[in-house]
Design a protein around this ligand. Sequence first.
Ligand SMILES: NC(=O)N[C@@H](CC(=O)O)C(=O)O
Ligand SMILES: [Zn+2]
Ligand SMILES: [Zn+2]
Length: 435
Amino acid sequence: MRLVVMNAKILNEQGEQEFAQIVIENGVISNIEKTGPIEQPVAEEGTQVIDAGGRLVTPGFIDMHVHLREPGYEHKETIESGSRSAAKGGFTTIACMPNTRPVTDNPDTVRYVKQKAEEAGLVNVLPYAAITKSELGRELTDFAALKEAGAIGFTDDGVGVQSAQMMKDAMRQAAALGMPVIAHCEDNSLVEGAPVAEGEFARKHGLKGIPNESEAIHVGRDILLAEATGVHYHVCHVSTEQSIRLIRQAKQLGINVTAEVCPHHLVLSEEDIPGLDANWKMNPPLRSRRDVEACIAALEDGTIDIIVTDHAPHSEEEKAKGMQLAPFGIVGFETAFPLLYTKFVATGRWSLEMLVQRMTADPARVFGLEAGRLVPGAPADLTIVDLEAERTVDPEDFASKGRNTPFAGWKLKGWPVATIVRGRLVWNDERELTR
Ligand SMILES: NC(=O)N[C@@H](CC(=O)O)C(=O)O
Ligand SMILES: [Zn+2]
Ligand SMILES: [Zn+2]
């Protein structure tokens, strides 16, 4: 099977866009030819041609923090619908969290997730396994068996590991297996049922506030434990200035820590929440403008390594319960790139290269994945993006079952138009690429 993506604009080493033709054989990039624009594709038998029409072609986006909800919460999302949503957002590899029902704390569930992803046949799905049984924080799972079944790291995402001893034991075991520990950092004793961050919004609406220390205390604790155990420690959805300070210092000391940030924490602060609408409720919560600025600066200077969506679909009924009672989480796949392109690249603050790198090469580096680069020999996972396309976010258009986004009605630029996984076109926008 041969596929040629012609009239692609790719980013070269200098971060400039240049014309190229990408040749793919058996799911692997076999050649990248620097050609000028081509009018007529050479029709060769057995070769499929996709004309990118001068649009940007990047390595497929990688999202190392997503919730696919299956098994157990298929009314929110399935591995199929989540994979489709990912493909539509330009993602070719996603890593899914274990807070399913049952929790992915046993080899059978890891295998089940992999099997379902294969049946969906859309994007590469990498499962995480839980640190503790049922994510209850009481008993460690069988790390060796979970690794053997195909888990790529350990996390109790959705909840923080409250016991320092439990976390230390987890890190020791993970380190021995050469596996990372991925931490949702939250000290429950400082949170106690608060739905939003401490701040103006919470005060105005008489709601309990989540303080910044609830996150940073775990980050600080875990950095010390990572230093002691030598594990690769990765911090989930960083949202506070204080956590960033600790991560920056840890990196300077040579401790093996990496971190991620979500688009919403780069774009929104608690001051932006329009009212008691639970589509603005997520964990960690939207924080102060100061925290947002710290997150942006940390991503720019590399203190935060990667961008993840934390795609967290919930049903409309669940989100209709209101700010206090609705579950935390917002969907993210289908708005991530246009949102960040519009807010940071189109405005001139970031280079296009930086944004693409934080969503491709950097996650591949952090997690040791063979992906994220356009080079001969690499798996042919590609995303075609129309940087000029301008559209309004309409949740009814989402491939995800989740409609829970704060970005409904936002006018954004830079939309993915086609997604290629292992040399196979898994999604394309019918409005585009009609040739
Ligand atoms: N981020 C969220 O607000 N929610 C996530 C859990 C999590 O990522 O902690 C979910 O599973 O819904
Ligand atoms: Zn989390
Ligand atoms: Zn999450």
